[in-house]
Ligand binder design. Structure first.
Ligand code: SF4
Length: 426
């Protein structure tokens, strides 16, 4: 867009600082979790275990929940996995893991829900892909059956269209209609329209069948950043259903994180999106929980929610000749992340704590003063002393071998004083 062109009308309301107010969408209750309306943006994740393997799935769901996932989706693709779902939900409840479990259905969902009523009952939400619900004449019948199960069991549904499994009949029809236009759209725009229409038309059909609009979440996932932004801006303008946001097939490692963050941050800044998932391909051996950590950090760094204290750390440069400050930054971030489940209960508000670990005197004291607690480590040639700043004032200077241990103890003491029961009782 050139500088002379006006902003698109849907982003006129973005303020010069901070995110735009959330788009008002209908609020959907998934288990005990509110999504949409004035609820905070919800973090969700998906397992990659064989759902029929109850022990592995329970273990991974519990890990995702402990990492902070507020909803967890599992694949339900065959009778074995459908039969496993109620056992998974029961075991999680026995472990005190209170996270709504969402069933992901493709092709045979209508049969699986019919064959396993306990699965239909145990799930907190059904995810249906309108492009994969069935083909030809069976498509509408099978979609209707899925919606009728949702009505019968009182469950919400996500109607999740996906670029990779677009309703081909709809896409072909829209392409044919496009040829009749005086000025045909480019093919990519027609396909985006097909994706949006697939979700919106399916939602409309679900409402006609009797599913309340307050039990519908929509998503239209694509794997390109600009395409996702365009699709969701359009979707948000054309409906008031709660929206699930995610870049599908985001990729592995930093590419997946950067692409997801780039796309989702633009939309979240415009107030679009009620629940997010970061669809990372895990690095071999990496924990599945990484997608939860990235989702939380995205929301927290944007100032939309707070989950765990954030550590500001400098990148290091030629003024730091040892890796000590990098190790300290890691130790501190891991310490507060590990403590947060406990602090959430015993020290509410600790998630808002800000910390700084800096590598030398250039920016160290200044950045440390901006944090609740910050430490400025000695750079090359500087005196071997690490001043600690608390609430903007220099507090103590740490020296010697135990700096990491002592700094962590200072953090724990600060959390106790500021967020402990004694502090909140005042
Ligand atoms: S604070 Fe010091 S060590 Fe860190 S990047 Fe800046 S100059 Fe380098």
């Amino acid at each position: 867009m050139s500088a002379a062109q006006p902003l698109p009308c849907h982003i006129e309301s973005v303020p010069s600082f901070g995110p735009a107010p959330r788009r008002t969408t209908r609020q959907v209750h998934i288990g005990g979790v509110a999504v949409g309306g004035d609820a905070p943006v919800v973090v969700q994740s998906m397992t990659n275990t064989d759902t029929a393997d109850v022990a592995s799935t329970v273990k991974q769901v519990a890990e995702l929940w402990r990492a902070g996932s507020e909803l967890v989706r599992v694949t339900v693709n065959n009778p074995e996995s459908a039969a496993a779902v109620p056992r998974i939900v029961e075991k999680l409840a026995m472990m005190g893991v209170e996270v709504p479990i969402i069933g992901d259905f493709h092709y045979n969902g209508h049969q699986l829900l019919a064959g396993e009523p306990a699965c239909a009952q145990a799930l907190a939400k059904y995810r249906i892909n309108p492009g994969n619900v069935g083909f030809g004449k069976k498509r509408d019948t099978q979609f209707a059956q899925l919606i009728e199960f949702a009505i019968q069991y009182g469950k919400p549904v996500r109607i999740g269209a996906n670029w990779g499994s677009l309703d081909q009949a709809l896409a072909t029809r829209l392409m044919d209609e496009n040829h009749l236009r005086a000025e045909p759209w480019e093919a990519a725009r027609v396909l985006r329209e097909a994706l949006i229409r697939s979700a919106l038309d399916s939602a409309e059909r679900a409402v006609e069948l009797g599913l309340p609009a307050e039990r519908i979440v929509l998503s239209c996932k694509v794997s390109g950043v600009q395409e996702l932004i365009a699709v969701y801006r359009d979707l948000a303008q054309r409906s008031d259903f709660a929206l699930h946001l995610g870049l599908t097939e985001a990729g592995i490692g930093s590419k997946g994180i950067v692409a997801s963050s780039a796309a989702l941050s633009v939309l979240l800044q415009e107030g679009i999106g009620d629940t997010i998932r970061i669809s990372l391909t895990p690095e071999p051996g990496a924990p599945r929980t990484q997608e939860v950590v990235v989702a939380q950090e995205l929301l927290q760094t944007m100032g939309l929610r707070a989950f765990t204290p954030m550590v500001t750390a400098c990148p290091g440069c030629g003024r730091t000749t040892s890796e000590f400050f990098q190790e300290l930054a890691k130790v501190v971030q891991e310490h507060v992340r590990a403590k947060m489940p406990e602090w959430k209960i015993t020290h509410p508000g600790a998630e808002n704590l800000t910390l700084a670990v800096m590598g030398c005197v250039v920016n160290g004291p200044g950045e440390s003063r901006h944090a609740d607690i910050g430490i400025s480590l000695p750079g090359t040639g500087e005196a071997p002393a690490a001043p600690v700043f608390v609430d903007g004032e220099k507090s103590v200077t740490l020296r010697g071998e135990n700096i990491a241990h002592e700094f962590v103890a200072l953090i724990d003491g600060y959390v106790e004083r500021r967020y402990g029961r004694a502090a909140t009782a005042i």
